[in-house]
Design a protein around this ligand. Structure first.
Ligand code: TYD
Length: 132
């Protein structure tokens, strides 16, 4: 499955912390879009899609949440709870996001602009495309 945890550069001093993620160092794609999720109830489960082309990095810049990732064969649950860590998700990976803490803010860095035609939102269609 095309996922990996990326460690960002963290600079701590008496003034606090500063985290950096730079193109071609920690970020393997050119960022064309940024969005963030917050205010999700702990019972909320969202995502439920894969992307045909899009690559993303999820960063829990506050609080925590979990991401379930599958390619139809292997299943992984990744807990995001570190401000200096990102979860890279390549294309063709199904994801569901859940277990949001009340204070969770999930920042998403994306390699493409928003395009609904890049989404597969039906798990059975996702599985059938994987078989092709
Ligand atoms: P949606 O895709 O349903 O979120 P999830 O990641 O849980 O599947 O997105 C919620 C709404 O926001 C939906 O109406 C589409 C819209 N949206 C944009 O307009 N631009 C974007 O970049 C994103 C990610 C979503």
């Amino acid at each position: 499955m095309d996922i990996k945890i990326i460690e960002f550069q963290k600079h701590d001093d008496e003034r606090g912390s500063l985290v950096v993620a730079e193109h071609q160092k920690e970020i393997p794609f050119l960022i064309k879009r940024v969005y963030y999720l917050y205010g999700s109830d702990p019972k909320t489960r969202r995502g439920y899609h894969s992307h045909k082309k899009l690559e993303q990095i999820y960063i829990a810049i506050n609080g925590k949440c979990k991401v379930m990732l599958t390619d139809g064969k292997e299943n992984k649950i990744v807990e995001l709870d570190k401000k200096e860590q990102g979860l890279y998700i390549g294309h063709n990976v199904w994801r569901e996001i859940f277990d949001f803490s009340d204070d969770a803010v999930l920042l998403v860095l994306a390699s493409e602009k928003y395009e609904e035609s890049d989404y597969i939102r039906d798990y059975n269609i996702y599985l059938s495309k994987k078989e092709e």
